[in-house]
Write a protein that binds this ligand. Structure first.
Ligand SMILES: [Ca+2]
Length: 384
């Protein structure tokens, strides 16, 4: 309770769990601050005060993954709030800027080349979404993480695809394809998925055969029957289908065999430092073989070093994408075929990137995509 003459609205959460042991485990961590910010209540624990977000974060860190999954939170001061997973309540708090971005942010599609190892040409460009809200730039992963936290995958995915097409189709070069992401979690029904994509392409004068729809994280979606149907209805419109982020799991193979995509994209986790892992080289080799038997072309994603490029090419991968070939840029850039024309050699004798024979124009770049927005990167939204 506030002792102020002008009590402020209560900020914080009440934690609930169907596992009493989880709440009991948290009690010793509530802190001896005595400021009335944490109270053991008859029904749950309250974490309140201006720093409740930081305190909840610390509390969650004391729990195992299974315990966290069993901990729910209700926002105080909101009579209509329903209990939500506590991790989601925290993620929402940390991305309070997202609703503002969704309605008023700048959506800035970037284009990254996908390069054919055989011809040295760009076969297509994947549209990767970036954002800006005020002065704050938002990376694609931050946007998706925020959309998940706000249960807004449908709105985010639809608007991202619309923007990707509106900006990308006029910039598309002859003989290149536009690779546009589609998150199956944002699909409500088949017709809606079609309507959010193909009439837009037609209005912009794009050719159906120039569009490849990438099913994001298809193998983790869990409803293979729905994915098969989704692939079929988009193919009926004349487009190609890619499976994105394939990890090499049993689910990867199940998706490949059931959907028989035009393109299979191998996740950066499989490709990064591939020359150093015998096990992953064997896995990638087997995936390439399986894909080719289905008539599917294989893209290795996240190629950042010459060793990775040479290794995937040696394993029969068809196309490459990653900083080694080009960063995502606001305008599609020219590609120098010399980058892939050097003869393949054994991985042991390959010059490291930056030495003669390696592309010189690649700026230093982070090794991999960040998965979560670091604290403090959230934009300061006026009034928030
Ligand atoms: Ca993708």
């Amino acid at each position: 309770m506030s002792s102020s003459a002008f009590p402020q609205a209560v900020t914080g959460v009440r934690l609930l769990s169907n596992r009493p042991s989880v709440l009991a485990k948290l009690v010793p961590h509530l802190g001896p601050d005595g400021g009335g910010r944490s109270d053991v209540m008859g029904d749950g624990l309250e974490v309140t005060g201006p720093d409740w977000e930081e305190r909840l974060k610390s509390l969650l860190e004391t729990l195992s993954v299974a315990e966290r999954a069993g901990l729910f939170a209700v926002s105080l001061g909101d009579e209509l709030a329903l209990p939500m997973p506590s991790t989601k309540v925290l993620a929402r708090k940390q991305t309070e800027w997202f609703p503002e971005f969704l309605s008023h942010g700048d959506w800035v599609p970037h284009f990254q080349p996908i390069v054919d190892f055989a011809s040295g040409k760009v076969v297509g460009r994947e549209v990767l979404m970036r954002g800006k809200l005020g002065n704050v730039e938002l990376r694609g992963e931050e946007l998706v993480t925020a959309a998940e936290a706000h249960d807004a995958i449908y709105s985010f995915d639809r608007k991202a695809r619309l923007t990707a097409l509106e900006v990308g189709v006029p910039l598309l070069r002859e003989d290149e394809m536009l690779f546009v992401n589609l998150d199956p979690r944002g699909v409500v029904d088949m017709q809606g998925s079609i309507n959010g994509t193909w009439p837009v392409l037609e209005r912009l004068g794009g050719k159906p055969q120039s569009l490849c729809i990438e099913f994001v994280a298809a193998e983790r979606f869990g409803d293979l029957k729905m994915l098969v149907e989704l692939a079929a209805v988009h193919r009926e419109q004349g487009g190609s289908i890619a499976l994105d982020d394939l990890s090499g799991s049993a689910q990867s193979l199940a998706c490949l065999e059931a959907i028989k995509p035009d393109v299979a994209k191998l996740d950066i986790a499989l490709i990064s430092n591939l020359e150093k892992s015998v096990a992953r080289r064997r896995l990638v080799g087997a995936l390439v073989e399986s894909a080719h038997e289905l008539g599917t072309k294989v893209v290795a994603e996240g190629i950042e070093r010459v060793q990775e490029f040479q290794t995937v090419r040696g394993l029969g991968v068809d196309y490459g994408q990653g900083y080694y070939f080009g960063h995502p840029t606001e305008k599609p850039l020219d590609f120098d075929p010399a980058i892939v024309e050097r003869p393949a050699t054994g991985t042991a004798s390959i010059a490291p990137a930056g030495t003669p024979g390696a592309p010189a124009a690649q700026p230093a770049a982070p090794q991999r995509r960040a998965s979560v927005a670091p604290p403090g990167r959230a934009p300061q939204v006026a009034g928030a």
